[in-house]
Ligand binder design. Structure first.
Ligand code: SF4
Ligand code: SF4
Ligand code: FES
Length: 386
């Protein structure tokens, strides 16, 4: 591998040829701000937040896509660089629905952090604004085009990582927006509700469809018995929301907090996972003994089921007919548990705390109900619970 010698902010650095300025700076311990860049996923040089000065080059260059060359002298924080980044960010902010006080991503927003980092205290540009309406068509996600900064991280993740590709850039120039084709809503196309676009979005332009208010209303209703269950992953992820090290197990704190919030009983979805294994195992034996469709594929992931429905319908018969664990648990709570505890199922509200937005869509599927009751009434993500 051939190496090149460069300087970054006067610091000599040796990196393999072809390394981008951004990666070289990272190796040298120098931070360059980015917004559209997602390593190995979205490296398109769109936002121009990572501009740097390269001696001899005609213009400032985007560090995330510019490969270093022997002898490059790179400045990452010159006055010209700082001013260009600031103007670019101000232009982005000028067409951004700035409602930080009420935005779910406030304090966890890369645009907000950059505005702070670049010391933007005043907005010089007020011009035409995007007026596209919010997209509320999905049971899992909400899209707000007026907060979108067109970084295309969601597009890259959906297409290149999830291999779905239902969102892309639409129109040109100022009218560019990000969304499904033909102005359709995300709930009207073959989106699998995986939520990875939401995770990739640096701002509040894609968020989970919140059920927080509905759950609070149920808790406040003295007629309702509100039963909550948590998926295994939640106890290991929720700690991060409170600054605990990644992977910290916070089961006791989580259960205590949920009882404190007013849930009547807290259950562990693990219990229903055992039921699912029993049911799926029984189904497998039945198929083997009776010449049923094999191999049997688990049906625990609603994202995977929807993916199969849209993209591989020829494998639908391979899917297990079993409900996923939290749906099974919801059904058990409204039947067996209700009967054992002499509770009218109509008064039971079942809430699932899940790591995945696809569970929201799943809970709303009409076939996952019995006697007029949805098995699971509301799904909250780990972030919503936090
Ligand atoms: S939820 Fe998943 S499939 Fe749907 S748009 Fe987002 S990344 Fe694509
Ligand atoms: S929705 Fe979010 S991730 Fe997608 S382009 Fe807009 S700002 Fe970027
Ligand atoms: S991060 Fe380099 S152009 Fe957006």
């Amino acid at each position: 591998m051939s190496m090149v010698n460069i300087t970054i902010d006067g610091k000599p650095v040796q990196v393999p040829a072809g390394t981008t300025v951004l990666e070289a700076a990272k190796q040298a311990g120098i931070d360059i701000p980015t917004l559209c860049y997602l390593k190995d996923i979205n490296e398109i040089g769109a936002c121009r937040m990572c501009l740097v000065e390269i001696k001899g080059a005609k213009a400032l260059q985007a560090a995330c896509v510019y490969p270093v060359a022997e002898g490059n002298e790179i400045l990452t924080a010159s006055p010209a660089v700082k001013e260009a980044r600031k103007v670019n960010l101000e232009l982005l902010l000028s067409n951004h629905k700035r409602e930080c006080l009420t935005c779910v991503r406030s304090k966890n927003c890369e645009l907000q952090s950059l505005a702070d980092e670049l010391n933007i205290t005043d907005l010089r540009f007020e011009g035409e604004r995007c007026d596209l309406p919010m997209d509320l068509t999905s049971a899992s996600l909400v899209r707000d085009p007026q907060k979108c900064i067109a970084c295309r991280r969601c597009v890259a993740v959906c297409r290149n990582v999830q291999k779905i590709g239902v969102i892309d850039a639409v129109n040109r120039g100022f009218n560019t927006s990000i969304g499904p084709a033909f102005g359709m809503g995300i709930g009207e196309v073959a989106c699998v509700n995986c939520g990875q676009c939401l995770v990739a979005c640096p701002v509040g332009a894609i968020t989970e469809k919140s059920a927080i208010n509905q759950v609070w209303d149920a808790i406040a209703d003295p007629e309702k018995v509100v039963l909550v269950q948590t998926a295994p992953a939640v106890r290991a992820a929720i700690g991060e929301e409170f600054g605990m090290p990644i992977g910290s197990v916070a089961t006791k704190q989580m259960v205590g907090a949920m009882l404190g919030l007013g849930f009547d009983k807290v259950f562990d979805t693990d219990t229903a996972a055992d039921l699912t294994i029993l049911e799926e195992g029984t189904e497998l034996l039945h198929r083997i003994q009776n010449g049923g469709t094999l191999p049997l594929i688990t049906s625990c992931s609603p994202g995977w089921i929807k993916y199969c429905e849209h993209y591989y319908p020829e494998f639908l018969d391979n899917l297990s007919s079993c409900k996923s664990p939290h749906e099974m648990f919801g059904a058990v709570l409204k039947s067996y548990y209700a009967e054992k505890n002499n509770i009218d199922p109509a008064k039971i509200v079942t809430v699932s705390i899940m790591p995945c937005t696809a569970k929201k869509y799943e809970a709303a599927r009409p076939e996952l109900s019995d006697k007029g009751y949805q098995d699971v009434d509301y799904v909250l993500t780990t972030r919503e619970l936090a």
